[in-house]
Design a protein around this ligand. Structure first.
Ligand code: SF4
Length: 456
């Protein structure tokens, strides 16, 4: 677990800081203690120097912007050269408390954007009652700058803009408050590869400790709420957010976290990642853009042999389901798929599924693929993503060109006839006609699943 935003160097911890840090050392992988002005950033970095699990940031909070002018840039540069400085900030805009004039806040924020660009470090963004202005900044002045929206407050316009620009979204204690359903709802729009957690300690304690001083280890309550809301295990959200924090802050990663995964577990399902090849170019696909999905690096740098998968799967019987699904199309490696599926069934797998784009006939040029998979695979999830050929070619963009849609349809019908369980799926991108897709599935006599487009 990593608390990506706390203020451990604040006076609220003066009396028992050692004890708090000891508890952090026991329970957390790291804490980022965030500076709010020049002097405060120096304190943050001094604390970072004192403990190997603490990292610091250097920046000027919008509340403090009034005390600075452009001359602060050179001094901040010195702090940004410190080896444990992992980000610029806390920087941003706060038009709620307005403790600094608007123009001053913008000037000091702009200065910090330049520093983030120059030092190639992420910028930790505070934004309150300023979503429109912040979205505008992101769109027009932050190209090429990495960012984190700290303590995200649920504003949808800001979320969309931030995600489009590759920013990370950090949730704090308020996501645990019973009334904040609107905030929890936004979790469904944040890709797993961009999700972070924080405490903002000593402030914003989670529900269980509301009104009391916050503690970085309470980040576990935020993780727990997110896991429950997204239907994931605690360990899944812990892994996802820990790896993401290490990626954005450039913290040391373990070999396990860095290396591409052949198999990966989410809840009690084991996924088998055969290849990165795929003949489609879906408009929403993250393949080639993000290596990490659900806290795992899925970007294979080679195509391992079937036995390497068997070695890693070990005991297929312990999983609820085994699913051929990774960053590519399983039918691209049909022989390996059959060999592994045969072995996992023999070894007691309860259920075996293949997540496919449905182009197996065209990929293998073999009309007997379904016969070969009988008894080895129980179900197919076929991501057709459209209910008409026009929509299909616009969204999926298969390299086989014309005839692809018809080939997928034939695969769906044949699989159903052959007794496989078939689900067709689509991603709910902008302008996607959900009702037409449901009618289409009903007509085909198969179940359907529509996924939120940003959740992967
Ligand atoms: S079929 Fe899947 S892997 Fe292939 S491009 Fe589409 S989303 Fe990506």
């Amino acid at each position: 677990m990593i608390d990506t935003h706390a203020h451990l160097h604040f006076p609220q911890y003066d009396k028992d800081r050692d004890k708090i840090i000891e508890e952090c050392n026991q329970k957390l992988d790291a804490v980022v203690t965030v500076g709010c002005n020049f002097e405060d950033s120096k304190k943050a970095l001094a604390l970072a120097d004192s403990n190997y699990k603490i990292y610091g940031t250097a920046g000027i909070h919008p509340h403090d912007a009034v005390n600075y002018d452009l001359n602060i840039k050179e001094s901040l540069k010195n702090l940004l050269q410190h080896e444990k400085t992992v980000a610029v900030g806390e920087a941003g805009l706060d038009f709620y408390r307005n403790l600094s004039p608007k123009e001053k806040q913008e000037e000091i924020f702009r200065l910090q954007i330049e520093l983030a660009r120059e030092f190639e470090k992420p910028i930790v963004i505070h934004t309150r009652e300023a979503s429109t202005e912040m979205s505008e900044f992101i769109k027009t002045e932050m190209e090429g700058v990495k960012g984190i929206i700290h303590c995200f407050n649920g504003d949808k316009e800001l979320l969309e803009t931030a995600l489009k620009h590759g920013f990370f979204i950090s949730y704090a204690g308020p996501v645990t408050y019973p009334k904040n359903e609107f905030l929890r709802e936004t979790l469904k729009n944040v890709p797993s590869s961009r999700l972070l957690v924080e405490t903002d300690a000593p402030y914003l304690s989670p529900q269980k400790f509301r009104g009391k001083r916050n503690h970085p280890v309470y980040v576990a309550y935020t993780i727990k709420t997110i896991a429950e809301y997204l239907g994931l295990n605690f360990s899944d959200v812990d892994r996802i957010t820990t790896v993401n924090a290490k990626r954005i802050f450039n913290l040391p990663m373990t070999k396990e976290e860095k290396s591409p995964k052949l198999v990966y577990k989410v809840r009690n399902t084991l996924y088998i990642n055969l290849t990165t090849k795929c003949p489609c170019h879906c408009t929403f696909c993250f393949r080639g853009k993000e290596d990490y999905v659900l806290g795992y690096n899925l970007n294979l740098d080679r195509e391992p042999i079937a036995e390497e998968y068997m070695y890693r799967i070990k005991n297929p019987g312990i999983y609820d389901e085994l699913v051929f699904c990774g960053y590519g199309e399983p039918f691209e490696r049909f022989d390996a798929l059959c060999k592994i599926a045969e072995w996992i069934k023999k070894m007691g797998a309860k259920k075996v599924r293949v997540n496919t784009n449905g182009l197996g006939y065209l990929i293998t040029n073999d009309k007997k693929i379904l016969d070969k998979l009988k008894g080895l695979v129980d179900s197919f999830n076929i991501s057709i993503n459209a209910s008409t050929p026009e929509e299909y070619y616009k969204i999926v963009r298969p390299s086989f060109g014309k005839g692809s849609f018809e080939s997928v349809l034939k695969f769906i019908q044949d699989a159903k006839k052959a007794g496989f369980e078939v689900v067709i799926s689509a991603v709910d991108i902008e302008d996607f006609d959900k009702n037409a897709f449901i009618q289409f599935a009903k007509k085909l006599g198969v179940n359907w699943k529509i996924r939120n487009w940003k959740v992967i």
